[in-house]
Design a protein around this ligand. Structure first.
Ligand code: FRU
Length: 477
């Protein structure tokens, strides 16, 4: 069966770490417990891929020890040997990770370097390389900055409890000088974690904007863990968003919806992007779970494993109605079209004459006309299906994943919803497998990722709330 989501054969995973494209392969490291299916003994697990779809598992890259757990961070390919840890002919890969002290509440940033293309790592003897005496200074993302202010390395990390992103600079990757702090602003319902910062050209223009991704837990748009993003300018010293938001109380629903979220579902957290790709190939992977219930998800007792990654997503920036938005396109396996329906007028619930494969892609377009919207049910039968609904009055697209989730926590069965930006015709691209849905609407500017408790195949029912036309329904797998 087509595999859409990376997970290791065994054990617990959370955040993607150290994403890097090097020598023709995509390297995915991740928060990993080598000893069990719960969070603990955090180390960097490792997998690699030629196409972001088929992954080879590798041995643990950086292991916990009696002094520290290896928390989240990023990778730098030190081509110019600025650190002196490699040689010009064989650049070192530098993993920047958070040293999470085992014996006290303390977090600082450290380096482990690899001279064999990212397979094995040696801890840098001068660790830590950035220390604020803080218990919650973590998740370093190191990027190369080149702009009016010069050319140097920038580290973006968080003071998680203070809800601040902190920026540092360095010429040699080893010694770091504080530049500035951003926040708190926007979503402030929980700790700030796993920042990323990158420039992207705004499509159809010569302008470039900087995107600051920021995960927050709890206080995400669907409850629990979520990722907001800010579009603005980074001048080499400080980040300034184009739109300034006040601090938004997580109970203020309108305020929360006025912020921009990478994903409006429950299960897209700690997403970060690859080093080693051109700016126009900016690619993200996120953890497909939520701290609210990640520990309570059932495991196969024969093969205890918890956690998976979202599909990889290519990012671009577009302007819609004066707002600059991230657009995401999933990098999926090659699929072939299996079935296609068109121009089906519906004013009730009909079972569609199609069979969905266990994993694949649906593309649908619906002309909602004057109706109140529609619901698409995907599953074995309507009482064991996930329901995707669109409410025309509010333009709200929502996912109801209650079915099959009876034994799961209350927080799992809450609805996730996104208010679509475009009205009239609704076009959705849905990637699905037995574990999850990744829904791309508004051409990829509104995305909703949800784990599901009941597999969203093999059947589909389409229900018009009034007269709607299913203009197009394509199944690929
Ligand atoms: C985010 C996070 C990070 C931390 C890691 C620990 O999910 O809490 O802030 O580095 O997980 O596993």
């Amino acid at each position: 069966m087509t595999r859409l989501h990376f997970s290791p054969p065994l054990n617990w995973i959370n955040d993607p770490n150290g994403l890097a494209f090097h020598d023709g392969r995509y390297h995915l490291y991740f928060q990993y417990n080598p000893l069990g299916a719960e969070h603990g003994n955090m180390s960097w697990g490792h997998a690699s891929s030629a196409d972001l779809v088929a992954w080879d598992d590798h041995p643990v890259a950086i292991a916990f020890d009696e002094t520290e757990e290896i928390f989240s961070g990023s990778m730098v390919i030190d081509e110019a040997n600025d650190s002196g840890l490699g040689t010009p002919g064989n650049p070192a890969l530098l993993a920047f990770y958070t040293s999470h002290a085992v014996d006290r509440r303390h977090q600082s940033q450290s380096i482990a370097y690899s001279l064999d293309g990212g397979m094995t790592f040696t801890k840098y003897p001068g660790n830590p390389v950035a220390d604020r005496g803080s218990a919650d200074f973590r998740d370093p993302k190191v990027i190369r900055y080149g702009g009016p202010a010069g050319s140097y390395w920038v580290m973006v990390a968080v003071e998680a409890m203070d809800q601040q992103v902190v920026f540092y600079r360095s010429d040699d990757l080893l010694s770091w000088t504080f530049l500035s702090a951003f926040g708190p602003e926007g979503g402030v319902g929980g700790v700030w974690e796993c920042p990323d910062l990158f420039p992207l050209r705004i499509e159809g223009t010569d302008e470039t904007a900087w995107v600051l991704l920021l995960s927050i837990n709890p206080g995400g748009i669907a409850g629990g863990s979520g990722t907001q993003y800010f579009v603005g300018d980074f001048d080499g010293g400080a980040f300034t968003p184009l739109v300034r938001h006040p601090k938004v109380d997580p109970d203020d629903e309108a305020g929360m919806r006025s912020l921009t979220w990478l994903d409006y579902g429950h299960d897209c957290y700690a997403g970060v992007t690859f080093a080693g790709l051109a700016d126009e190939d900016r690619t993200l992977i996120a953890w497909m779970s939520n701290w609210l219930y990640a520990h309570d998800l059932p495991v196969d007792p024969e093969r205890p494993q918890r956690g998976a990654m979202t599909m990889a997503r290519r990012l671009s920036l577009v302007e819609i109605d004066g707002v600059t938005l991230l657009r995401q396109e999933a990098v999926g396996p090659a699929v072939t079209e299996l079935e296609a329906l068109s121009d089906l007028a519906v004013d009730d619930r009909v079972k569609l004459p199609v069979t969905l494969p266990p994993a694949g892609r649906l593309d649908l377009r619906v002309d909602v006309g004057e109706s109140q919207g529609f619901t698409l049910h995907l599953g074995a039968d309507p009482s064991a299906a996930v329901a995707i609904s669109y409410d025309a009055a509010t333009r709200r697209l929502s996912v109801d994943r209650r079915r099959g989730a009876e034994a799961l926590p209350e927080s799992f069965v809450t609805e996730a919803a996104v208010d679509l930006r475009r009205s009239g015709e609704v076009a959705l691209r849905i990637w699905f497998d037995p574990t999850a849905l990744e829904i791309f609407a508004d051409g990829g500017c509104s995305v909703l990722t949800d784990l599901v408790a009941a597999p969203p195949s093999p059947n589909a029912w389409f229900e018009g709330h009034g007269d709607v036309v299913l203009t197009e329904f394509r199944v690929a797998g």
